[in-house]
Structures are given as structure tokens and as C-alpha cells.
Write a protein that binds this ligand. Structure first.
Ligand code: ARG
Length: 256
């Protein structure tokens, strides 16, 4: 399954131009985090492709999930389901069919710019489920450097003692945009559709399988796990899609 995820990240990048090094989407885990239960981040869902966990995502209403374009672009909606309301990606909560994928028209697999996708869901029965909807930032709303942000998911933990079957969480400070762009200079830097977070010394980050999942400032969904060099590597912050940069597009496709 990891191989598949790695492969899909690579495939998404296969057409990239030779001007810059390819943006790395390999390797990973919620690294340096702790297990949490779904009530601690009830907007989190597991996105499953042909029944296997492939990415994270966030509920923004009963009908819509926000995830990364690289998790859904070119994939038939009929092969995508989500699991809502469970601390475990493989059991509990409720499995819900995706009926439509709406990925950002400017998504660029080579540069990973505009890595956003809105998924439309079939009707589902909320009875007894623990779930919630993420608040969205206002258009263009920034996050102050150093703000502590929370990232969660069922991604690889790179640590055999830390099971990925249960949802995990870690806290990372928001990185200065210019600093992040300098760190990733050889990959073409970061665009205004990206927001970075990580400790200078590394050790805490999202990783493979966390993509599409939430990066939150309190209960506001400020980012979507997108890419990075390795996971939790010193001086290479995690790069996330910046939700505030496409706030109007989200509204236009979902009404939210
Ligand atoms: N592309 C990866 C995925 O599909 C996410 C990588 C995130 N990396 C990081 N260092 N934050 O799951």
C-alpha cells in the first residue's frame, strides 16, 4: 500500500519539467506525534482508493470534503470512498461514497501548485457518529510566523513502535514564507498557494499517507498536507496547500 502511495506521488510528478529538481513527495509519517481519538479532530476523514487508505481529508460540510488534488486527480469518483467518524482508518465510523471530484483547474502536477480538491459525497446517515466541519479562513487571511499549527493523519510514522492504524497528531510552528522558499530553492521554491510549517531541527511533520489531511490553527483549516523533502527533516519544513489562497474557488464549487 505504501508503495502505491509513493508510486502515485511519483506518477503525479512524472511529467515535471527539467528546470528544477522534482518536488519530493516521498517518504513519511505523522512524525514525532501522538495517537489521538476522532473527537479530538472530528473533521478528519480517511480517503480510500479501492478500499485502501490513501490520503486524509477534512469535512467542510455534510456534502463536501477538502483534500489535496494529488490524492484525487485522474481518479474516478466511483473508486473513492471516505471513512467518517473513526479514530481508525480501517474500521468504525461510516464509509461514504464519493460522487464527484472537483479538483482545482490550475492544479499542476509538476510544481504541485494549487493542490486542492473538493470531493462531493453521497447522502449519509450521521446517527451516532462523531464528526464536525472545519472552519475555513477568510480569503487571503495569513498565519503569523511561529503560530503553532496542528497536523493529523494516518500516515506512516517511520517508527515501528508507533502504529498508524490510529489517528495521530503533531504540533508544528508556521515557517516564514521566504525562509521556506529559500529552503526549497532547488525545487523552484514555494508559491503563494503554499504554507509551510516545521521545527528548524526537524522531528515533527506529516508524512506519506497524511496528504490531503488538515493543518489547523485551532479549529480553522489553514492548510492541506501536500509535499516536502522527506519527513521531519531539519531545515525542510512540511509544505501544505494554503486554503486562504483559494477561498473564493472553494465557495464557487461548494457554496461554502
Ligand atoms: N505526498 C505525501 C502524501 O501523498 C505527503 C508528504 C508530506 N510530506 C511532508 N514532509 N510534510 O501522503
Amino acid at each position: 500500500m505504501y508503495r502505491l502511495i509513493v508510486l502515485s506521488c511519483l506518477l503525479a510528478l512524472a511529467q515535471s519539467s527539467a528546470r528544477f529538481m522534482q518536488k519530493p513527495m516521498l517518504d513519511g509519517r505523522i512524525v514525532g506525534g501522538e495517537a489521538i481519538t476522532i473527537d479530538e479532530n472530528p473533521i478528519q476523514i480517511s480517503l480510500q482508493r479501492s478500499g485502501s487508505h490513501s490520503c486524509g481529508g477534512s469535512l467542510i460540510s455534510e456534502r463536501y470534503v477538502l483534500t489535496a488534488a494529488h490524492c484525487a486527480v485522474g481518479v474516478k469518483a466511483s473508486s473513492l470512498t471516505i471513512r467518517i467518524g473513526s479514530s481508525f482508518y480501517a474500521s468504525g465510523g461510516r464509509k461514504v461514497q464519493v460522487t464527484k471530484t472537483n479538483c482545482h483547474p490550475q492544479y499542476n502536477a509538476a510544481t504541485i501548485d494549487y493542490d486542492f480538491c473538493v470531493l462531493e459525497l453521497e447522502d449519509w446517515d450521521p446517527t451516532g457518529l462523531t464528526y464536525g466541519f472545519a472552519k475555513l479562513p477568510e480569503a487571503g487571511q495569513d498565519v503569523a510566523d511561529g503560530t503553532l499549527l496542528r497536523v493529523t493523519g494516518w500516515g506512516n510514522t517511520q517508527n515501528s513502535y508507533e502504529s498508524r492504524s490510529q489517528l495521530r497528531s503533531t504540533i508544528v510552528p508556521k515557517t516564514n514564507q521566504d525562509e521556506c522558499s529559500r529552503a526549497y530553492k532547488s525545487y523552484g521554491g514555494v508559491t503563494p498557494r503554499m504554507i509551510c510549517a516545521g521545527l528548524k531541527e526537524g522531528g515533527k511533520d506529516a508524512c506519506q499517507g497524511d496528504s490531503g489531511g488538515p493543518l489547523m490553527e485551532d479549529d480553522i483549516l489553514v492548510g492541506i498536507v501536500s509535499w516536502g523533502y522527506g519527513c521531519a527533516v531539519a531545515n525542510y519544513p512540511g509544505v501544505h496547500s494554503r486554503v486562504a489562497s483559494v477561498r473564493d474557488w472553494i465557495k464557487s464549487v461548494s457554496g461554502i
